[in-house]
Write a protein that binds this ligand. Structure first.
Ligand SMILES: Cc1cc2nc3c(=O)[nH]c(=O)nc-3n(C[C@H](O)[C@H](O)[C@H](O)COP(=O)(O)O)c2cc1C
Length: 136
């Protein structure tokens, strides 16, 4: 089976607190595990950044479903590539809480977390840094 990776970012329609983001990630994780999707979710500065890894069919239909969710808007696909191995193989949907990512965010973003500015190669670089730290 060919593996694909889709990364996108979006803006929350209303600010979420940590408990709400944790619930979102934990629900997503359960559902994703059932369809062999892995990935990670970053939420900071009202912005989501999410990586989905899995079969093309599952990623496409999940992204379509997620894109219709009124909890966020301004979705932008940052990269969509075929991959050889998963970066987040142990995670149905790992939540990266911002208090743990301050250092990475400083390296990749000048001022505030603004994932919509990432080029495809910067997106992969950012994802790899997350993986190195949280999913080695
Ligand atoms: C930023 C964001 C990321 C999400 N990620 C996932 C995900 O990875 N997997 C998933 O099943 N649902 C995810 N959801 C929730 C879906 O959009 C949808 O609400 C949920 O899957 C409910 O589907 P159901 O009605 O089929 O149960 C996400 C929602 C948001 C706002």
């Amino acid at each position: 089976m060919k593996l694909f990776c889709l990364a996108y970012c979006s803006t929350a329609t209303k600010p979420l607190n940590l408990a709400e983001v944790r619930r979102l990630a934990s629900n997503a994780s359960q559902k994703n595990t059932a369809i062999n999707i892995t990935g990670c979710l970053v939420y900071s500065n009202n912005q989501f950044f999410q990586i989905l890894e899995g079969s093309q069919e599952n990623i496409n239909s999940l992204y379509l479903k997620i894109s219709k969710d009124p909890a966020h808007t301004n979705l932008k696909i940052l990269c969509y590539n075929q991959i050889e191995i998963r970066m987040f193989r142990n995670w149905g949907m790992g939540l990266i809480e911002t208090n743990k990512t301050k250092e990475i965010l400083k390296v990749h973003f000048e001022k505030k977390f603004s994932p919509e500015e990432l080029s495809p190669s910067q997106t992969i670089h950012f994802a790899k840094d997350i993986q190195k730290l949280f999913c080695p």
